[in-house]
Design a protein around this ligand. Structure first.
Ligand SMILES: Cc1cc2nc3c(=O)[nH]c(=O)nc-3n(C[C@H](O)[C@H](O)[C@H](O)COP(=O)(O)OP(=O)(O)OC[C@H]3O[C@@H](n4cnc5c(N)ncnc54)[C@H](O)[C@@H]3O)c2cc1C
Length: 430
C-alpha cells in the first residue's frame, strides 16, 4: 500500500458523495468515477426523509448539517395511511402517533401551533420532527457543491477491474472505463448502486425481484391546480393500500406531488401489460386506473389528473442475510452492498451512513494525522462487519414493511404493523 493511497470511488450517488466528502474532511484524497456524463443528465427522484441515526448522522460527519437544515422540510415527516376508501387508519408525526381521526386532528393542531410560534423560533431549529424531508436533487447538489474541484470524473463507466496478486506493484487494481481510460487504484469502493459492477468482482449474488412493480407519476403545482388533492396529501405523505395494490403520494418542494402506483405483479408486467407508458399518456392513465376500480374517486384522481410522464420501476432487493469474504482493497456500500425494498425509506439513509463510516475507517489509517499501525484491509473489514449487520437487519425490516403494505388487507395490516413497531420501540403514547 502506498503512503498516499489512490482511492477510487465508483458512483456519484449519495453514498459515494458522502464517502468522498468525509474523506476530504480528513485530508484523504479520492476520485469519484461516475458513468453519467454530467450532474444534470437526469432528475433525481422524490424526497427522502433523513433519519437521525443514519442520514442525519452522516451529514454531521460530513460537516453539512447547517446546509442541510437550510433545505430540509421538517413537516414532511407527517404521514397518513388509509385503505382504498380513503379513510385514515393511522397518522404519524415524528414518533408521535395515534389511530384514526383523532390523530389527524392532533397533527393538524400541532402544525397550526408550530406555525403560529414560528417567528419566535431560531432559524435552523426543528420542532419535534425527527426525520425531516429533503428533495433528493437538492441534497445531492449540496454534496456536489461541497467537494473539492475535479473530485468527480463524469462520463466514466467502469467496465473492468484487473487485480494484481503481485506485492511488487504499487497499485493493486487497474480500472478500465467505457471511454477507454485506464487508472490504477489501491482501494476501489463500489458505490455504484443496485446493479453494481464492483460487487460482481466480490460475489456472484444478484438482486432478486420482490414481486412488486411501481409506476411513478407526478402532479405539478398541486396547491394551485388541484387544492383539494394538496389538502388530502397534507404536508408529508398519504399512503393508501389494499388488494395487493397501493397509491402512495408524497409532497415534494414547490407544491409538487409524486405518487407511486404500486402493484404486486409479475416481473415482466411492464413489458407484457400493453400500457403505452412512453407514447400515450391518456391511454396510460386509463389503463392504470383499470387496476384501481372500486377505489375512492379522490384517490383515483392522483392518476386521472397526473402529468404526462410515467416511470415504471420493478422493485428488487439483494438476498437478505448475504455476506462475503473480504477481498483485498475492494469494498462496496449502499445499494451495491444491500439493495433494500424502498418501503422502509432507508436505502439512501444507509448509503450515506455507510459512506461516512467507511471514510472514517479509511481515514483512521490513511489520513496524514494517522499514526495507526492497522492495515487498510483490516480497517475496511471493521467497516464491513458493521455494514453487513446493519444492512441485513434493515433489509429484513423493509421487506416485512413491504409485505404488510402490499397485501390483500393493505393499510389495515400496515397500520397494525406500524403500531406494533412504534410501541415496541418507544412505548404507547399517553
Ligand atoms: C422508488 C424508490 C423510492 C425510494 N425512496 C427512498 C426513501 O424515501 N428514503 C431512502 O432512504 N431511500 C429511498 N430509496 C432508496 C434509495 O434511492 C437508494 O437506496 C439510494 O439512492 C442508494 O444510494 P447509492 O449511493 O448506494 O446508489 P445510487 O444512488 O444508485 O448511485 C449509484 C451511482 O453509481 C453510478 N454507476 C452505476 N454503475 C456505474 C459504473 N459501472 N461506473 C460508474 N458509475 C456507475 C450511477 O450512475 C449512480 O450515480 C428509494 C428507492 C426507490 C427505487
Amino acid at each position: 500500500m502506498s503512503t498516499n493511497p489512490h482511492i477510487a470511488i465508483i458512483g456519484a450517488g449519495l453514498g459515494g458523495l458522502t464517502l468522498a466528502k468525509v474523506l476530504q474532511l480528513h485530508r484523504v484524497s479520492c476520485t469519484i468515477y461516475e458513468l453519467e456524463a454530467s450532474p444534470n443528465v437526469r432528475t433525481q427522484g422524490g424526497s427522502l426523509d433523513l433519519k437521525l441515526e443514519s442520514g442525519q448522522r452522516a451529514l454531521e460527519l460530513a460537516g453539512l448539517t447547517k446546509e442541510f437544515v437550510a433545505i430540509a422540510r421538517p413537516e414532511g415527516d407527517n404521514m397518513r395511511m388509509a385503505g382504498k376508501d380513503g379513510k385514515v387508519l393511522f397518522a404519524m408525526q415524528g414518533f408521535d402517533f395515534q389511530d384514526g381521526f383523532e390523530a389527524v386532528q392532533k397533527v393538524e393542531r400541532e402544525r397550526a401551533e408550530r406555525e403560529k410560534s414560528a417567528e419566535s423560533k431560531p432559524v435552523g431549529v426543528w420542532d419535534d420532527a425527527i426525520r425531516p424531508e429533503v428533495d433528493r436533487g437538492m441534497l445531492r447538489q449540496l454534496f456536489l457543491d461541497s467537494l473539492a474541484p475535479e473530485t468527480i470524473k463524469w462520463g466514466h463507466k467502469l467496465v473492468s477491474i484487473l487485480t494484481s496478486n503481485s506485492s511488487s506493484t504499487s497499485h493493486k487494481h487497474q480500472l478500465t472505463f467505457a471511454n477507454g481510460i485506464t487508472v490504477a487504484a489501491d482501494v476501489v469502493v463500489g458505490a455504484d448502486g443496485a446493479w453494481s459492477y464492483v460487487r460482481s468482482a466480490i460475489t456472484s449474488a444478484k438482486p432478486e425481484y420482490t414481486g412488486v412493480t411501481m409506476v411513478e407519476v407526478q402532479l405539478s403545482d398541486v396547491d394551485t391546480r388541484f387544492p383539494e388533492i394538496g389538502k388530502m396529501i397534507g404536508r408529508g405523505s398519504f399512503i393508501t393500500s389494499q388488494d395487493n395494490k397501493a397509491l402512495m403520494a408524497q409532497r415534494n418542494a414547490n407544491s409538487h406531488v409524486r405518487t407511486y402506483v404500486a402493484l404486486r405483479i409479475a416481473e415482466d408486467w411492464v413489458k407484457t401489460c400493453n400500457i403505452p407508458f412512453e407514447t400515450d399518456p391518456r391511454e396510460t392513465r386509463l389503463k392504470i386506473l383499470e387496476y384501481y376500480q372500486g377505489w375512492a374517486p379522490e384517490l383515483r384522481k392522483l392518476v386521472e389528473l397526473c402529468d404526462d410522464a410515467f416511470t415504471p420501476r420493478r422493485i428488487y432487493q439483494m438476498p437478505i442475510g448475504l455476506k462475503w469474504e473480504h477481498k483485498a482493497g475492494i469494498t462496496v456500500l449502499g445499494d451495491a452492498a444491500h439493495l433494500l425494498s424502498p418501503f422502509g425509506g432507508e436505502g439512501a439513509n444507509l448509503a450515506m451512513l455507510d459512506g461516512a463510516e467507511l471514510a472514517l475507517a479509511i481515514a483512521s489509517v490513511a489520513s496524514p494525522n494517522s499514526d495507526s499501525t492497522e492495515t487498510m484491509d483490516s480497517a475496511i473489514i471493521r467497516y464491513e462487519q458493521v455494514m453487513f449487520a446493519r444492512g441485513n437487519e434493515t433489509a429484513a425490516e423493509s421487506d416485512t414493511t413491504m409485505t404488510e403494505f402490499i397485501s390483500e388487507e393493505g393499510a389495515a395490516r400496515g397500520a397494525a404493523y406500524m403500531r406494533n413497531q412504534f410501541t415496541m420501540h418507544q412505548g404507547l403514547p399517553e
